[in-house]
Design a protein around this ligand. Structure first.
Ligand code: NAD
Ligand code: IPM
Ligand code: MN
Length: 340
């Protein structure tokens, strides 16, 4: 397996180092190539993602990314020019973000509420496409637009993927999360596609929730969700909250998938570069380790994936409070557990 590694900025390199410890333990034959992309390269050369690097990345089976974004770089430069460019160029239409409250993990919700959802976030469209502009900049008449793009092709493929995932889960339930009461044009397209595709999956029950009330239910009644399918921006916001109710952002994994497998998929923690804790050894690498699990699963190595997930489950069930946030101690323990 040829893996491209983009450690990135802030805590990115710290958590990726631990993810690689675990990966090489369960899959010693993995060949890794590390790519220096992110804030340091941009400062040094002005480059974000040179075309030659993108061509090389395409030659790999998968990509493992830490995080990008740095307070010394204007907001959006690295996020759009590097991370989103990768997702768009590599056609990562499915942004898969599981959120599960593992046994033994203290959740913030009252009672023993189970959280086990699979968010299928659209990854290449919506308000993320950069379809907007500024008119009359720096005047009191300034106008800013950020137009959400939703294509039948793009919505259909992600909705189909979500239904197929729901079919493989015991509860077989799918919730469309949108804002059809206000964003009526995109809302109609999403609703109609869900209705159409549902005909092919009669065993999957379907419901709809507006994104604002979905935030309520994630906190008051998360058990109502199984698979959630939603647009790019709603999915971004929803998955930070889903992480918070399932043990914290340090545990939230993701995969940016090209289900056609024409391009390498990219695996990364949901969190960012966390400049507030970078360099302190406080970053929890578990999200990256679970992302390695998703990577193994995607590459058709389910046994290795299960070992990684089981290592995390065992560690979380037995973790001492003091170990939370100790990056390399957690990584060492997970690597030993997964390899044994
Ligand atoms: P963030 O996710 O980096 O941090 C939010 C909070 O969570 C911070 O308090 C941070 O300390 C904490 N946190 C994050 N990861 C943690 C971990 N592994 N263990 C323990 N605590 C953790 O979000 P932000 O502060 O909004 O963004 C910081 C930068 O990261 C920005 O430049 C942003 O654009 C970028 N970002 C990048 C990605 C990505 O690369 N996928 C994702 C989100 C944000
Ligand atoms: C995420 C991040 C990114 C997103 C940003 C950094 C572009 O927040 O991966 O969740 O919005 O998708
Ligand atoms: Mn986010």
């Amino acid at each position: 397996m040829k893996l491209a590694v983009i450690p990135g900025d802030g805590i990115g390199p710290e958590v990726v180092a631990e993810g690689l410890k675990v990966l090489t333990g369960v899959l010693p034959s993995v060949e890794t190539t590390t790519y220096d992309l992110g804030a340091a390269r941009w400062h040094r050369t002005g480059e974000l993602l040179p075309d030659s690097v993108l061509r090389e990345l395409r030659q790999h089976d998968a990509i493992l990314l830490g995080a990008v974004g740095d307070p010394t770089v204007p907001s959006g430069i690295l996020e759009r020019g590097l991370l989103l460019r990768l997702r768009f160029e590599l056609d990562h239409c499915v942004n898969l973000r599981p959120a599960r409250l593992y046994p033994g993990v203290p959740g913030p919700l009252a009672g023993d509420q189970a959280v086990d959802l699979m968010v299928v976030r659209e990854g290449t469209e919506g308000p993320y496409v950069g379809n907007g502009g500024l008119l009359r900049k720096d005047t009191p008449q300034e106008i800013a637009t950020e137009v959400s793009l939703n294509t039948y092709f793009g919505v259909e493929r992600v909705v189909r993927d979500a239904f197929a995932r729901a079919m493989r889960r015991p509860r077989r339930h799918l919730t469309l999360v949108h804002k059809t009461n206000v964003l009526v044009h995109a809302g109609q397209l999403w609703s109609r596609v869900v209705e159409e595709v549902s005909m092919e999956f009669p065993d999957v029950s379907v419901s709809y929730t507006h994104v604002d009330s979905a935030m309520i239910y994630l906190v008051t009644d998360p058990g109502r969700f199984d698979v959630v399918v939603t647009d790019n921006l709603f999915g971004d916001i929803l998955t930070d909250l889903a992480a918070a109710v399932s043990g914290g952002i340090g545990l939230a994994a993701s995969g940016n998938l090209d289900p056609s497998k024409a391009n390498p998929s990219m695996f990364e923690p949901v969190h960012g570069s966390a400049p507030d804790i970078a360099g302190t050894g406080q970053a929890d690498p578990t999200a990256t380790v679970l992302s390695v699990g998703l990577l193994l699963d995607h590459l058709g190595l389910p046994d290795a994936a299960r070992r990684v997930e089981a290592a995390v489950a065992f560690d979380l069930a037995t973790r001492q409070p003091g170990s939370i946030g100790r990056t390399s101690a957690i990584g060492d323990r997970l690597a030993a557990l997964a390899a044994s």
